[in-house]
Design a protein around this ligand. Structure first.
Ligand code: PMT
Length: 401
């Protein structure tokens, strides 16, 4: 079995018949040297006892949000920061619903809401509850927030019915978490660089041309890479977004600034170009503010194509170069041309003529075009940019390990 020495796992046990399986899951993690703390909800205590969890986990079991003892020893925020990963098992329909609404009425939901770590849910419920549109809608919301699910499995249920809704086996949960944590450790040695947002190209000191990029897609990719352990640098054009201080954020304005900042951060192992870099800049930026006149001409000249340069003309070409393509027509042809001409390993194309996705939306729908991959191309259907980013990073990890 794979060792988890020095890894910190926070278990949250909710009230369902499968809570007994969590004991076995905790035993497995402990056997492999993980350090464990547990939160048990009020309902879970109907199924398992704090004493049995404490003796199996050899770690502290927390119960109440407002406990003087807990708050002085480790408050709910520190508890969420302490963990490398949080596992909610069993994750009941009630818990999933509460989390999707952002409720924080007990210790478990408060810690989850305050968490900045990867949260895994191991759902367990009757198959009709699992299939219910409200459960599925709530799960969709949680996935958009970055939660991951393990299971549920199909099988005989405690209630005597058969279907999808059984909590996954302790071994399966262990293997999923082990895979995540061991990739995270490996990724710490890998550098990733992401570009995001628009560039501003100045006409005079106070006026510029730009585009509608909000930076959301690039920022979400940087967040996903960081969560998976990569040493992440984000080079961003002007946006209104914030990001964790553990990501190396470099703010730039023009395409030339962005190009210089990227060069300063080479070599890197992976480079993802999600920025909407202006293709043109004003040939002669006016030193002073242009006075009002009837009309005047602006001449544009081509900006450097950063992606093309880094990928085609640079001795420090990253091992994996991923470009984006923003298209309004001929997605297939234009994306394939960019894949070849810009010498990318992948091009991620989005149709930016749609209102519900692309520029300045929380959602995106993309097609990934691969250069040397039997899949050739792969479509990721409309979902939150955070989820699209997770799926892109899943594929990056599969390619590089
Ligand atoms: O920022 P959001 O609001 O979240 O929107 C996301 C997005 C639509 C901007 C993003 O998903 C996206 O498509 N980014 C690339 C936009 C773009 O400039 O596409 P392009 O087809 O014009 O360029 C192709 C590739 O070359 C891109 O990787 C681009 O970063 C790069 N490029 C382009 C021009 C240039 N001068 N230098 C470049 O490096």
């Amino acid at each position: 079995m794979n060792d988890l020495t020095n890894k910190k796992i926070l278990f949250i046990i909710c009230g369902g018949i499968s809570a007994y399986k969590s004991l076995e899951t905790i035993r497995l993690f402990r056997k492999n040297n993980a350090e464990i703390k547990t939160i048990i909800t009020k309902n879970a205590k109907e199924f398992v006892t704090p004493l049995s969890i404490a003796s199996l986990s050899q770690g502290k079991v927390y119960e109440d949000l407002f406990s003087v003892e807990n708050e002085t020893e480790m408050d709910h925020i520190s508890l969420s920061r302490w963990a490398d990963v949080i596992i909610v098992a069993p994750a009941t329909a009630n818990t999933i619903t509460k989390l999707s609404k952002g409720l924080s009425e007990d210790l478990a939901s408060t810690v989850l809401l305050a968490s900045n770590k990867q949260i895994f849910l191991a759902p367990a419920m009757n198959f009709r509850m699992w299939e219910h549109p409200s459960t599925q809608d709530n799960l969709k919301i949680l996935k958009g927030y970055g939660y991951k699910t393990i299971g549920p499995d199909v099988g005989d249920m405690a209630c005597g019915e058969y279907g999808e809704g059984k909590m996954s086996s302790p071994l399966h949960i262990y293997n999923q978490i082990y895979g995540f944590l061991s990739n995270q450790t490996k990724n710490k040695k890998i550098k990733a660089l992401v570009t995001a947002g628009p560039t501003n190209e100045y006409i005079d000191p106070v006026r510029f041309i730009s585009n509608k990029s909000s930076g959301k897609q690039g920022y979400e990719i940087a967040k996903s890479l960081h969560k998976r352990g990569f040493e992440t640098t984000l080079i961003s054009g002007p946006t209104n977004l914030n990001i964790s201080e553990n990501i190396n954020l470099i703010k730039v304005e023009t395409a030339e600034d962005m190009f210089r900042a990227i060069q300063d951060h080479l070599p890197t192992d992976i480079a993802i170009f999600a920025a909407a870099v202006a293709d043109y800049k004003v040939d002669k930026k006016q030193k002073d503010k242009i006075k009002k006149k009837e009309n005047f001409m602006i001449n544009f000249e081509k900006n450097i194509d950063i992606l093309n340069y880094i990928s085609n003309h640079n001795s420090m070409r990253p091992k994996l170069v991923i470009g984006f393509a923003a298209e309004t027509t001929n997605l297939d042809k234009n994306a394939t041309d960019k894949l070849i001409n810009k010498n990318c390993d992948w091009i991620i194309a989005n149709d930016v003529s749609k209102k519900e996705s692309g520029f300045d939306s929380d959602y995106n729908e993309v097609t990934i075009y691969y250069k040397n991959n039997h899949l050739n191309k792969e479509k990721l259907l409309l979902k939150k940019k955070s989820e699209i980013s997770e799926e892109i990073v899943d594929r990056i990890i599969a390619q590089i390990h």
